[in-house]
Design a protein around this ligand. Structure first.
Ligand code: HEM
Length: 433
């Protein structure tokens, strides 16, 4: 009876909220058209086909804006590059891009690489103990992102504190997005108070980073005159958040899959061994040559895309691949399902990095970093950091999976992908030659 009433009120939102990944798999895999569903009193269109992705994010991108779901991110991200639109967004993106490409990127990655070496030393001192991979990856990628983008070195205590703060923020924002009515957003609950005090902690971190004004931050100075001083705070928090959670998620699955697949570890060691034998230290430029390691990272991002859904909203009435979409309709693009479409991928469920060495995917069938004008600005940085983590940790250690086979585990579909409920543990062992 209650179930029936819930379903009548919430429509498909009830099933979506209880198991978002299961819901999109069931409804979208094998579906060739955009699919309207009902979330409470709204029609929402789900998309997991290349032609529809191309339409919404590229060809007709000006007809689809960032959706109202983004409003839930604003208390944290303010008016940064992810939440902003129009001239404010375009200006920030133009300003920041050179700091995330070319020589500036290489310089940043070179500053981040010693942090992986520190992690190796830490793990070498405690071989054999169970390690929660998302925690290791979270702290490490956060420090790497801060070093690479802002030339800011976080001490251990700050990294721990900020990592725990971000985990709470991630959970809280996910909750607020999936609830029909989110009381913690409007009533003076303890959770709301904690949310605001955690944001205050992040603001102090942003202020410390801003004071140093390193890395790409001087590039943002021209924005102040036009858009006010909050620009720096908002972009620091946006870049750090957009940058580290997503990267940590990918790094976690890369390490965990490798812990289950010694065949792949042996395969990538063949390309890392000559590089490391030469000088011992890996440099940013050399990472580009690690084609096998990068293919493992690409395959992880196919099956575990951190941004497993991307939200837009129709700014005007439109025809989306034959479906009439009314102005104001939310459109959810779902890489989780797109990356598993059986007609677009051979053995879609199998983990097979070779597919990325043998040929390019169908256009718009693979989009872990989004596509079009709002595609990820940190793509190269993310790839470099994860490649470095995978190459260096597997070169130093054997990895033993402690949470079971990767293909029996399931991440949680939150605002971005989150680790499986039971965690993702492995241990590092002395490498057998
Ligand atoms: C593996 C790691 C990463 C993944 C999977 C990822 C994924 C994405 C995706 C799918 C989008 C497009 C969202 C949309 O269209 O609504 C995006 C946007 C963005 N990403 Fe990333 N990202 C990653 C790492 C990074 C890093 C390291 C940075 C740091 C610079 C970053 C900064 C951003 C920003 C600022 C945007 C908004 C761009 C805009 O709207 O113009 N991301 N990311």
């Amino acid at each position: 009876m209650l179930q029936h009433a819930k379903r009548a009120l919430l429509g498909d939102l009830a099933a979506f909220s209880s198991d978002p990944l299961g819901f999109v798999e069931e409804r979208l895999i094998g579906e060739t058209r955009p699919l309207p569903v009902r979330f409470a009193n709204r029609t929402v269109v789900l998309v997991a086909r290349p032609d529809a992705v191309q339409h919404v994010l590229v060809d007709a991108a000006e007809r689809y804006g960032k959706s109202r779901y983004q409003a839930r991110l604003r208390p944290l991200l303010g008016d940064g590059m992810i939440t902003a639109s129009g001239e404010r967004w375009a200006h920030a993106r133009r300003a920041a891009r050179p700091g995330l490409a070319g020589d500036a990127l290489d310089k940043g990655v070179d500053l981040a690489l010693p942090l992986v070496a520190q992690e190796l030393a830490r793990q070498a001192a405690a071989l054999g103990r169970p390690v929660e991979v998302p925690e290791l990856a979270g702290r490490l990628t956060m420090r790497m992102a801060a070093a690479a983008m802002f030339h800011h070195v976080m001490d251990d205590e700050t990294a721990d504190e900020v990592y725990l703060a971000s985990r709470f923020l991630h959970e809280r924002i996910t909750q607020s997005m999936l609830r029909f009515i989110d009381f913690d957003s409007v009533l003076p609950t303890p959770r709301r108070a904690r949310f605001h005090s955690t944001i205050a902690r992040m603001n102090r971190l942003a202020a410390d980073i801003a004071r140093q004004n390193g890395g790409l931050l001087p590039l943002l100075a021209p924005l102040h005159a036009q858009h006010g001083p909050a620009v720096t705070r908002d972009e620091i928090i946006t870049l750090l958040f957009a940058g580290f959670e997503t990267t940590a998620q990918v790094a976690s699955w890369v390490l965990y899959v490798l812990a289950c697949r010694p065949d792949l570890v042996a395969w990538i060691r063949q390309e890392t061994a000559p590089l490391l034998a030469r000088g011992g230290d890996l440099e940013a430029q050399a990472l580009r040559a690690l084609k096998r390691t990068r293919a493992v990272v690409d395959e992880v991002m196919r099956l575990y895309p951190s941004t497993w859904w991307i939200a837009r909203e129709a700014l005007q009435d439109d025809q989306l691949c034959g479906l009439a979409v009314a102005r104001g309709t939310p459109v959810l693009i779902v890489p989780w399902a797109l990356h598993r479409q059986p007609d677009l991928w051979d053995s879609a469920d199998a983990f097979d990095p070779m597919r990325f060495l043998e040929g390019a995917p169908v256009k718009f069938a693979y989009m872990p970093f989004g596509v079009g004008p709002r595609a990820c600005v940190g793509m190269q940085l993310a790839r470099a950091n994860v490649t470095a983590i995978a190459a260096l940790l597997t070169a130093a250690f054997d990895l033993q999976a402690l949470s079971g086979r990767y293909d029996r585990l399931r991440p949680v579909g939150g605002v971005t992908l989150a680790p499986p409920v039971g965690g993702l543990q492995l241990s590092f062992r002395l490498r057998r030659q």
